[in-house]
Design a protein around this ligand. Structure first.
Ligand code: NAD
Ligand code: TDX
Length: 352
């Protein structure tokens, strides 16, 4: 039985990964270490309650004693680090926590894995550390071309700088100690369980309640959208078959300007709910994000050629599935937007 330490899996991508893995693999054990920050929610894991293959541990990836204890207890074969502060806007107002979790947390996991997996002069067989990273480490593209695995790192935001720093430490553990590692760098994910501070769930929730839709700047920034389940499949494939020390970019070849995403959501919701108040009059162009990257785009040629991965869900299908999921999960939305959400929202948008 393969034993995984997965971190940050009460959040968006991680919780989808738990569902994906338990459906795909019969004989596995997932130990899910999550601090349950504002972005982590046990509601996201309701569907696996009672499944003994998933064990939830509340804790911080920076807590060395706890991570060491988990290694001693479970003898992990694989670590997959999803845990992060993940929101660019929050990193602009509060960068320190991004260094703590994204950089120090990663180094702590690497060090604990090294201590547990190094045997004599070598490494125990069959081990793997996989870092879930982002295309934002490459910076911003002009109108042409795509990021590849050899594009130099050029992060702009505190968030992407912290993710790039973490990636450098992962490669340092490979180059210095020979640790078996992989890094995946993914484009923008969308789908169920995404916290409504990110573009798609925020716009769905606001439109449904006839609140204004804050589009940053001219709305022509481009993101490459990938349905979350396709990302989960890629991580599973890299964990299984990625060559040691390699980076794999994961993207949907699905580039859309933000304004197109917002218009699509509005027209879909308008038609589906038959609500005449949902229309483009709700769009409000607000002050741009500081240092806003203009365009991200990934050519996933390497992961396709080496591991046979390709995105299965078209944007047209994925966005309908996503909107339907949020419409069918009003309780979930109410749950995650209780507490400090309104305060955050008012602070974030008050000067825009
Ligand atoms: P998320 O914000 O939805 O979830 C992050 C999770 O990490 C939460 O459950 C939170 O409680 C947990 N966490 C935060 N700090 C922690 C700590 N110190 N110790 C333990 N747990 C902690 O993020 P997400 O969108 O699911 O992203 C997951 C990973 O994928 C991140 O590493 C992110 O950088 C990367 N990524 C995300 C996207 C995207 O589009 N969302 C794209 C590319 C890469
Ligand atoms: O209210 C908004 N209005 C708006 O115009 C929000 C929240 C966003 N935007 C724009 C900014 C971006 O150009 O939409 C685009 C997407 O924004 P986010 O959803 O905040 O995502 P992004 O900044 O692109 O980063 C995401 O993808 C890469 C994730 O949050 C990161 O964790 C991941 O690494």
């Amino acid at each position: 039985m393969k034993k995984y330490l997965i971190t940050g899996c009460a959040g968006f991508i991680g919780s989808n990964f738990v569902y994906y893995m338990l459906k795909k693999h019969e004989d596995i054990q997932l130990v899910n270490l999550d601090k349950l920050t504002y972005a982590g929610n046990l509601e996201n894991l309701k569907g696996v309650e009672g499944d003994a293959r998933h064990i939830f541990v509340q804790g911080d990836v920076c807590d060395k004693a706890l991570v060491q204890k988990l290694f001693a207890q479970y003898d992990f074969d694989c670590v997959i680090n999803f845990a992060a502060e993940s929101h660019v806007d929050r990193s602009i107002t509060n960068p320190e926590i991004f260094v703590a979790t994204n950089v120090m947390g990663t180094v702590n996991l690497l060090q604990c894995a090294k201590e547990a997996w190094q045997q004599g002069g070598g490494w125990a067989p069959g081990k793997k550390y996989l870092q879930v990273s982002t295309d934002e480490v490459y910076g911003s593209l002009g109108a042409d071309g795509f990021f590849t695995e050899t594009t130099p790192l050029c992060p702009h935001s505190p968030y992407s700088s912290s993710k790039a720093s973490a990636d450098l430490f992962v490669m340092a553990y490979h180059d210095t100690y020979g640790m078996p590692v992989n890094i995946t760098r993914c484009s923008n994910n969308y789908g169920p369980y995404q916290f409504p501070e990110k573009l798609i769930p925020l716009m769905i929730n606001n439109a449904k309640h006839h609140k204004s839709l804050p589009v940053y700047g001219d709305g022509m920034n481009v993101r490459d959208w990938l349905y979350v389940e396709d990302h989960c499949k890629a991580i599973d494939m890299v964990a299984e078959g990625g060559r040691d020390g390699e980076v794999y970019n994961v993207g949907g070849h699905n580039e859309r300007p933000n304004i197109f995403i917002v218009q699509t959501i509005l027209s879909q919701l308008h038609d589906q709910l038959g609500d005449e108040e949902i229309g483009e009059n709700l769009i409000q162009h607000v002050t741009d994000r500081l240092g806003h990257d203009r365009r991200y785009g990934i050519d996933p040629a390497k992961i396709r050629a080496e591991l046979g991965w390709y995105p299965e869900t078209s944007f047209e299908l994925g966005i309908v599935k996503t909107i339907n999921w949020y419409l069918a999960h009003e309780d979930w939305m109410e749950n995650v937007t209780s507490g400090n959400y309104q305060k955050y929202y008012d602070e974030m948008y008050k000067n825009r």
